[in-house]
Design a protein around this ligand. Sequence first.
Ligand SMILES: [Zn+2]
Length: 551
Amino acid sequence: MPGMRPKLIIIFLFGGFASFSQTISSANTLARPKLVVGIVVDQMRWDYLYRYYDRYGNGGFKRLLNGGFSCENTMINYIPSVTGVGHTVIYTGSVPAISGITGNDWVEQLTGRTLYCTSDSTVHGVGGVSEFEGSMSPRNLLITTITDELRMATNFQSRVVGVSLKDRASVFPAGHAANGAFWLEDASGNFITSSYYMSQLPAWATRFNERKLIDSFISGGWSTIYPINSYKQSDQDNVPYEGRFTGEQQTTFPHNLRQAYAASKASFRNTPYGNSFTLAFAKAALEGYQLGRGNATDFLTINFASTDGVGHMFGTNSIEIEDTYLRLDKNLEDLFKTLDAKVGKNEWLVFLTADHGAAHAVGYMKEHNLPGDYFSTAPLVDSLNRQLNQKFQSGNLVRSISNDKVNFDLNKIFSSSLDFDNIKTFVVEFLQRQPGITMAVDIDKIGASPIPEPIKTMIANGYYFKRCGSVQIIPNSGLLDGYYKTGTGHSRWNPYDTHIPLILYGWHVQQGTLNRRVNMSDISPTIATLLHIQMPSGSVGQPIIEAIKTK
Ligand SMILES: [Zn+2]
């Protein structure tokens, strides 16, 4: 018996040591997912999740809804609700007042020059044929993104890649410190990038472009994926308020895409195949950069832009938009299966949201006696200048109206010592009297203005003095710019434009739903919390703590 004792002690020590070291190692190694995938579905209204719910398969939207965490009342908390702004807010947790991205385009208030949100004349296109489509960078964005913060938190070992048909929906999500951001150049049919990121395309991207996939996507035309009489959630196929592809005599299926593409290469964006093409490139990037298979957490941002193109052209109640979502559902299933296979079943984290929603077509609203009409701000510029000239003896004080804001000629106003406050008050009083306008406000005096929430906060959040006009117009509900005689648009504060889906799924995400209101700017702080990284430099959002699994 005494001879047994040392053995027992040894076994005890080893056993104790083993469990001790296990505890230490799990506490000493920070757990993070291998890959984060941010999915932004362009122009996806929140209600599309449920409008087509019965027709979705189990592997796409329903996989997210059933296995993930859905924030049912996620709202955009600024105006204008457009793509360039939406992508910056999603990926910065901030608002235009701080990020400086106040629209897809804006008028530089001090010079009167119009600037596109990602344009950068110091860089040039890489991988395409035109200079302009590649002269893009995130330099106009004044703050960091969640993807920048991930790069910094891992000493730049994380790889960050952005993919979209649209430059702005690839460049902003991928951030300032991205490894690459890629978008479609219509002229070549290539995914291109800019010299901001690299001097030539990676070999895998060149090989992808050489496959000329667009040709095979459009060759069969566009017919509905299921029998057309099964599209019970949609309007008739031949309503007059649907747009037409160039060369088409009517708006109905099947659509001849060869003819449309020959007439205008941009028309490819308005087909569901634009999403399939985007997915194919995202999968190539996953392989090319070996995302999710390195030493640190990687981040892939994907924007599916064709939902926006189809919506603008055919409207929210078209068979075309329903078909586009049913096909996107299959694209998502494909993506998630690929992530399971390449990254590992419980190793990735995804969020799906939208950059904005959309109004219903004006023709549809009128047909059903619902409030809606056309409204153009452009004619107001002339009448405003005439009135201002009479009152202040100075011509052309208003340069333009864009993003529903009045752009003033500030140089003229300040150099001739006119009273800017008086001018704005006069403009507000004039605009308030015009048909189609619910209210107008001098944004510098918004605190003292009788404007209900959430509109007041949305105006303030959207206001960055050097990059947008100082008088805000809020048009009546359901009004669309005159050029939307067919299809639809978006940009306003109304819920149809600002109620977006938000579903988190995968690594350390709680299963469930949340019905209280959250904001678009809460997304990045939530991802920062999940990843244990710093929130972006202009972040004002709150983490959605209900979505995060606690042990
Ligand atoms: Zn749009």
